[in-house]
Ligand binder design. Structure first.
Ligand SMILES: Nc1ncnc2c1ncn2[C@@H]1O[C@H](COP(=O)(O)OP(=O)(O)OP(=O)(O)O)[C@@H](O)[C@H]1O
Length: 339
């Protein structure tokens, strides 16, 4: 594929191959000149979220005023634990319903639709903890993934013969995907015996059975060994190359920097920042949100020295002890005692 060919328009509607322009560059180019502002309009949004809130009792898990997801790009959704990322995924894909708000895909409202209906319209997701069914084989798991496209019932999908018209095509498609994800040799193995990383691959492969236009991946790399991480990253980039829009939740910032065209940061249910990956570490709201949430993040030696020196000086001031008169151990135990 010629690297610099640019048609000036997106590989907007395609989900398969055959695009003449490299979507990675199109998405990056489209996003390059945007201001780094929360709620900024995208040149070609695939999804638009408006005033979506979800509360659990007194807790507001999600409160997103306006968010647009650029078509054909990889958008990383990050934020500290409990920020509302998974809840937002659940809402956008019909696995949960909001208290208020609307969201659209290709201009069509997805509100009040079931996960299957959302999948049939082209938006699929994977889960943080994979939903591979342990007592089904790898191939059977893949065939279940075709439901989003066909609307076939769960049982019908599993009973040979009742599904003849589509069975052959779906099996061929499943095998193609399994080959691509290097799981074809395991097609008759029970999903339960796959490694964590292989289950993540199966989940991604299964999501593709319904020919999605938007793929939402919830922590696709979590618990995956480093060798397989590279392979998964490659697969995510491939989705973009095929013209799909990818949104993924991830905690590993190296992964986020590596594959995202755009990063959306959530904290306490809200979007607090968005911009290209390089903008995020410079953003004070983001740094504050993470520092606020990660008290246990290890300090560097210099930070530790500084904190100890400050604590020592503060204790000395309070207790009239000359600075330098305490050891780190006594300081930390005194500090703990004061909490
Ligand atoms: N079904 C539920 N019932 C009650 N509270 C919930 C429910 N689902 C989520 N929450 C709460 O909503 C908030 C957001 O949770 P969510 O799982 O969306 O965050 P997250 O950003 O995905 O976190 P993590 O990175 O840890 O997965 C949390 O405080 C969580 O405890």
């Amino acid at each position: 594929m010629p690297a610099d060919q640019n048609t000036g328009s997106h590989a907007a509607s395609g989900t398969g191959g055959g695009h003449s322009a490299p979507p990675a560059r199109l998405a990056q180019k489209a996003l390059a000149d945007l201001p780094w502002e929360v709620g900024v309009a995208k040149p070609d949004p695939a999804m638009v979220v408006d005033k979506v809130t979800r509360t659990f009792g007194g807790l507001t898990a999600v409160s997103v005023d306006h968010l647009e997801i650029q078509r054909g790009g990889i958008t990383g959704l990050i934020g500290p634990n409990g920020a509302g990322k998974t809840t937002l995924f659940n809402l956008l894909t019909g696995f949960d319903q909001p208290n208020t708000g609307t969201w659209t895909f290709d201009g069509r409202s997805l509100g009040r639709l079931s996960p299957h209906q959302v999948a049939r319209l082209g938006v699929v997701r994977t889960f943080q903890l994979t939903k591979a069914l342990s007592r089904l084989t790898v191939l059977q798991n893949m065939l279940l993934g075709a439901q989003g496209q066909t609307g076939e019932s769960f049982l019908k999908a599993l009973i040979p013969g009742t599904w003849r018209a589509e069975e052959k095509a779906n099996t061929e498609k499943a095998m193609d995907l399994l080959r691509r994800f290097k799981l074809d040799a395991k097609k008759d193995d029970f999903a339960g015996i796959l490694s964590g990383g292989q289950r993540k691959l199966l989940e991604m492969a299964r999501a593709l059975m319904s020919d999605p236009k938007v793929v939402m991946l919830d922590e696709p790399m979590a618990g995956v060994n480093p060798a397989l991480t590279q392979s998964l990253l490659g697969h995510v980039k491939d989705l973009r190359e095929e013209g799909m829009t990818v949104v993924f939740v991830e905690h590993d910032m190296d992964v986020v920097r590596d594959i995202s065209d755009w990063v959306v940061v959530m904290a306490a249910g809200k979007v607090i920042a968005e911009g290209p990956p390089e903008s995020i570490s410079q953003n004070k709201a983001v740094v504050d949100a993470y520092l606020g949430a990660h008290h246990d993040a290890p300090l560097t030696n210099e930070e530790e020295d500084r904190v100890l020196a400050e604590a020592e000086a503060a204790i000395a001031r309070e207790e009239g002890v000359p600075p330098g008169g305490g050891t780190p151990e006594t300081i930390s135990s005194e500090k703990d005692g004061k909490r």
